[in-house]
Design a protein around this ligand. Sequence first.
Ligand code: CUA
Length: 367
Amino acid sequence: MRDRTATRAATRRRMRVTTILVPALGLLLAACTAPQSALDPAGPYAQGPHDLIRPVFAIALFVFILVQGLIIYSVIKFRRRPDDDGSLPVQVHGNTRLEIFWTVIPALILAGIAVPTVQMIFSTMDEPDGDFMTVQVIGHRWWWEFYYEDFDIYTANELVIPVDTPVRLEMTAADPGRDADRGVIHSFWIPQWAGKQDVVPGQMTYLNIQADEADRYLGMCAEYCGLSHVNMRIRGESMEQADFDAWVEQQTAPAAEPGDDLAAQGAELFGAQFDTDIGQRSCAACHQVWNGEGARAPSIGPDLTHFASREEFAGAIFETNEENLREWLRDPPAMKPMQPQNGVGMPNLNLTDEEIDALVAYLLALE
Ligand code: CUA
């Protein structure tokens, strides 16, 4: 008797836990989608497609209910009955008038939807009216390179734009550096700023973005592009014009001089050769740290001139801090799957603890 009461109490407890846990889990999952949502537009190029979703969805819902309603009606009305003599209901096969009707109506609906849709697609790719800014985007395996032609700024993974200014992205893909022959297709997508657009080697595609307010938005490569496709994030950062101007000033300045001995040691190691699985390699062979001499040029890996000004690194998947950086330098492919060869992906440089300490000090001083 007591056993049964105990069991019942346990069952009730389990049910209570379930009733709390299931909605909590639902909330948690809903929270997962919050930072990246096309249903929460934060700029006109995201607002337009979002507004188009509603009428299109309403039409789709109407058609769905109509079709499903007719199916359910027919299933019930023409179901087999006990007194069924085996004869078929009246057949409508070959009813020309009916067939024209149900061909023309959907064709008209699709044509009606196509007009605003096609207009919208072109408005997200064509040059915006009035003043706009241009940023070149190059999709690499597995990081995003941004080049601000107007200011001669190279940066990686974090796309910084001023608010209320249309920004036209001129996009292509290449690996390594500017080699289009070995590039793969990526897709640029910051859903709160605009729809997605493919980024194709050897081709130029365009996408307009614009932000209503200063904030940070998560974006992602939306086309499967290999081992670390999932680790190819974009961090969109919109700033008030004054803050953006300050950012431009900071990014156009030459790299900071190492402030202490450890950082100076790191700067030296940055140019040194290390033994890796794919031969001798140096940081400086792939990453530029522009010291103000000569012209700034694209590098094979992310430009690190102002590395520490970025809140995330390695495809914007790790927060820029000492701990993550140390782990990264110890073995990059372990933190982000890649096969470092042909200039695609960073090899393990087999660094010692002391070398890692110095390089971390140097990198974190590159404000
Ligand atoms: Cu780049 Cu997926």
